[in-house]
Design a protein around this ligand. Structure first.
Ligand SMILES: *Cc1c(COP(=O)(O)O)cnc(C)c1O
Length: 424
């Protein structure tokens, strides 16, 4: 199968004759073997197979294989959440004393993971404005830098990453580029085609698409040459004594990075996705290629409508010609970006709160990026502990409303916005 739409529906699982047509939920923590020796080979990584679902489970592996196919990667794994995916993706390459360069335009949870929790583990982060001049980006790298990190479309700032520029900067400094591709999804952007080495996802968003289940994924392109920088990545290029001296980059080739993350990080930290959740995620993936164009079409209509309204002071959506990222978005996401639009109310915080109360179809939830249109006012919810000045510094001014446009009929979505604005 060559087309991404077909891969959404069918990749990752091909049953043999008489087997279930739909990916089965293998709801078993453990797997049976005829002899202890058979099982011992699995523990030594000498044979492939399942023994305990904290490390690997067939349902999860079918779904991970589908996501790898969608991104055009060599190997993938599922995690229990997007947070776990980003943590594992970075921690698989870093130890205490190492350094990471990251775009400052990233999801708040990821920022906190990096700047607070991973910092406590002795890993240092330098955050750069993704639009900063070349010299500033290059100056952020240090001899102990292990990777560069960014988001295709940043949540919630909606900045678009210049993936080629970031990939070049990473490779010039001998490190991989890791891209969180949650908002674009592989339907709209495949970062590997632009030089990224590793992709992460919060599958909780569009991939599941129904706000039904938390999950994450990590995909490796298999393109980064760890052996070329053997001293920098000893975890991949030197023997692992916890697995009888296996050297991942030698033994597993393009699967080295994901194998290491599975057998070390999943083994020791255990943020595994439940097989039942992976089954639900796959249900979402089967319609991802049908849903994403609809999200984008509806969001474009909402953004254009809001831009014309005299009650709105600004609209941020990279599908608008007026947007700073319009050209970049056209280059990396020619078929559309995502369904999330943010905008500012002329009446500030008070008008934003009132507007949201007036909405009938769009529901107030903290979630984004699912089938149902939803809305959030960060200043009175997720960021309510901040002063107005702090909100501006964080890029979420008090007038900002984040609107996640669903796949309902756009006539109804626009009518809801119209009546909510009219009642102000
Ligand atoms: C939501 C989100 C995450 C975190 O994912 P969870 O599944 O909520 O843990 C990471 N990155 C981005 C871009 C997100 O939107």
């Amino acid at each position: 199968m060559s087309e991404i739409s077909t891969k959404c529906v069918q990749a990752g699982y091909s049953p043999k004759t008489g087997e279930p047509r739909v990916i089965p939920i293998i709801q078993s923590t453990t797997f049976k073997y005829d002899t202890g020796e058979d099982m011992g080979k699995l523990f030594d990584l000498e044979a492939e197979g399942y023994f305990y679902s904290r490390l690997q489970n067939p349902t999860n592996d079918y779904v991970a294989a589908k996501i790898a196919a969608l991104e055009g990667g060599a190997a993938a794994m599922l995690t229990g959440s997007g947070q776990a995916a980003n943590f594992y993706a970075v921690f698989n390459l870093c130890s205490c004393g190492d350094h990471v360069v990251s775009s400052a335009a990233i999801y708040g949870g990821t920022y906190n993971l990096f700047a607070v929790t991973m910092k406590r583990m002795g890993i240092d982060f330098t955050f750069v404005d993704p639009d900063c001049p070349e010299e500033e980006l290059c100056a952020a790298f240090r001899p102990n830098t292990k990777l560069l990190f960014g988001e295709t479309i940043a949540n919630p700032s909606l900045k678009v990453l210049d993936i080629e520029r970031f990939a070049k900067a990473a490779h010039d400094h001998g490190v991989p580029l890791v891209v969180d591709n949650t908002f674009a999804t592989p339907i709209n952007c495949r970062p590997f085609e632009w030089g990224a080495d590793i992709v992460t996802h919060s599958t909780t968003k569009y991939m599941d698409g129904h706000a039904a289940t938390l999950g994450g994924a990590i995909v490796d392109s298999g393109n980064f040459d760890w052996m070329k920088y053997a001293d920098k990545y000893p975890g991949l290029t030197k023997p692992d004594e916890s697995y009888h001296g296996v050297t991942y980059a030698e033994r597993f080739g393009k699967g080295a990075y994901i194998t290491k993350a599975t057998v070390q990080l999943m083994r020791d930290l255990g943020s595994v996705q439940a097989p039942h959740n992976a089954y639900l995620l796959n249900m979402g993936l089967e319609s991802l290629h049908v849903r994403m164009p609809r999200h984008c079409e509806n969001a474009q209509a909402v953004a254009e409508y809001l831009e014309r309204s005299d009650k709105i002071s600004w609209v941020n959506y990279c599908g608008l010609k007026s947007n700073k990222y319009y050209e970049l978005a056209k280059k990396y996401m020619p078929n559309g970006s995502c369904g999330v639009v943010s905008f500012g109310m002329k009446g500030g915080r008070e008008a934003a709160e009132k507007f949201m109360r007036n909405l009938k179809l769009a529901a107030i939830v903290t979630h984004v990026a699912d089938a149902r249109t939803c809305v959030l006012h960060p200043a009175s919810t997720t960021h309510r502990q901040m002063s107005d000045a702090e909100l501006i510094a964080a890029g979420v001014p008090a007038d900002l409303v984040r609107f996640s446009v669903g796949i309902e009929d756009k006539k109804d979505i626009l009518a809801d916005i119209e009546q909510a604005l009219a009642a102000l």
